[in-house]
Design a protein around this ligand. Structure first.
Ligand code: MN
Length: 417
């Protein structure tokens, strides 16, 4: 596939994140303070809420975009998703007769603030990066028992919190919690001292499954509407103390950041790739009938207060051991109902070398090997630091970009005495 040319000329930049090939969906706030649904094209946002009000869209039901969320659209299912995408491509391509009308509905991205693109129904976080699981397991439990015995057979996950999933640009207070300092007999309560990021992809469930009804991996793949970048902020000191035997709780409940644009599975279709070879055969219900992972370049940037942005990691989503489709099929396998707007975190995406690790815990090896950032050093995140995830799929003469997933850490709030 080559670059699809648009009459929105900024979309024709081969290195731009939002060409006509992409068309990611978001929600933005403009002057009036209302939430509008929009699609990114070049450096513009096409205002779909207004286009729908004025009856210029091809949707089967009226006012899908009045609420300022993509959930109602997602519920309409894959046939409507495909027809609407085809409609937008035809309307925005070079030479389209719709240019005269649609150009009046463009909003410069620079004048819009992005909001949450969908209402997160529930949030589940997986642990499907093999190198990450090996690194963390080595640090927490020792090299012998780094990978738990179930890891190669199950996409391990835990049920996280939807209530604190926030859009890129939202500041995050350093979490408070209970930790047990090394060598002490009793735990203490206070601000986390080992605050970290996790570089992940988030998959968004578009169509639901019924309680009591398992789904195949192929069905799961068709249920996934799209993907975002996801930072699963983690307080490592709280995590180390609380995680056994039920898994992470407060260490990860305080915030999860996502990028503002839902990049659809349709836009990523030509970047499909297979999961790595299996070390042990999977049980039949988890086997992929085709390539369901994606080749997406990812990076992590840190900017300290007063410092300049510095890339501290580069890796690729294609290194994951389980795809989102496998995770979703596993999630429903017990009879667990999955809903429109469910968000599935991939697990931290780490390559094999230090400069490809997806968390500071791994990059600084538990704080033992500090990072040098100009005149400063870091083991974990300090107040005022901004962490940004970036991602794109590289096509032949075009890119499918995700938009930044950024968050700045503010000091912990005062705990009431
Ligand atoms: Mn995670």
């Amino acid at each position: 596939m080559a670059l699809l040319r648009s009459w929105v000329t900024s979309a024709n930049d081969p290195n731009g994140p939002f060409p006509l090939n992409n068309l990611p969906y978001g929600v933005f706030v403009q002057g009036d303070g209302d939430l509008h649904c929009g699609v990114a094209i070049g450096d513009q946002i096409l205002n779909l809420t207004r286009l729908e009000e004025d009856e210029h869209l091809n949707l089967p039901e009226i006012l899908i975009f009045a609420i300022g969320s993509w959930n109602d659209f997602m519920e309409l299912g894959p046939k409507v998703w495909a027809a609407f995408r085809a409609f937008l491509i035809e309307a925005l391509e070079e030479g389209s007769p719709k240019q005269a009308t649609f150009s009046g509905y463009l909003v410069p991205m620079a004048e819009a603030n992005m909001a949450m693109p969908f209402d997160v129904a529930e949030y589940t976080d997986f642990y499907s990066g093999r190198q990450h699981a090996t690194n963390v397991g080595t640090m927490f439990r020792g090299a012998e028992s780094a990978l738990p015995p179930n890891w190669l057979h199950i996409p391990i996950g835990y049920n996280g919190r939807a209530s604190t999933v926030v859009v890129s640009g939202t500041d995050i207070h350093r979490p408070l919690g209970q930790r047990k300092p090394a060598g002490e007999d009793a735990p203490v309560f206070g601000p986390s001292r080992r605050l970290d990021i996790e570089l992940e992809m988030g998959a968004i469930v578009g169509t639901p499954s019924q309680m009591g009804q398992p789904i195949s991996v192929a069905e799961a793949d068709e249920m996934i509407f799209g993907y975002v970048l996801l930072n699963d902020w983690s307080a490592r000191d709280l995590q180390a103390w609380e995680y056994q035997p039920l898994g992470p709780f407060q260490a990860k409940a305080f915030a999860t950041s996502i990028s503002p644009w839902i990049v659809t599975a349709a836009a990523l279709n030509s970047f499909r790739t297979s999961t790595p070879p299996r070390e042990v055969p999977l049980l039949p219900y988890l086997r992929e009938p085709g390539p369901m992972l994606y080749d997406i370049d990812l990076s992590v940037v840190i900017q300290t207060k007063g410092g300049s942005p510095q890339i501290i990691s580069r890796t690729n989503y294609a290194t994951m051991y389980f795809s989102a489709a496998q995770q979703l099929a596993h999630h429903a396998s017990s009879g667990c109902a999955m809903n429109t707007g469910d968000l599935l975190g991939s697990g931290t995406i780490s390559g094999v070398t230090k400069d490809t690790f997806g968390s500071l815990l791994e990059i600084t090896w538990g704080g033992k090997e500090p990072l040098t950032l100009g005149k400063e050093t870091r083991t974990f995140i300090e107040d005022g630091d901004t962490l940004t995830l970036l991602g794109h799929a590289q096509g032949d003469g075009f890119r499918i970009g995700f938009g930044d997933c950024a968050g700045t850490i503010l000091p912990a709030v005062e705990f009431p005495a």
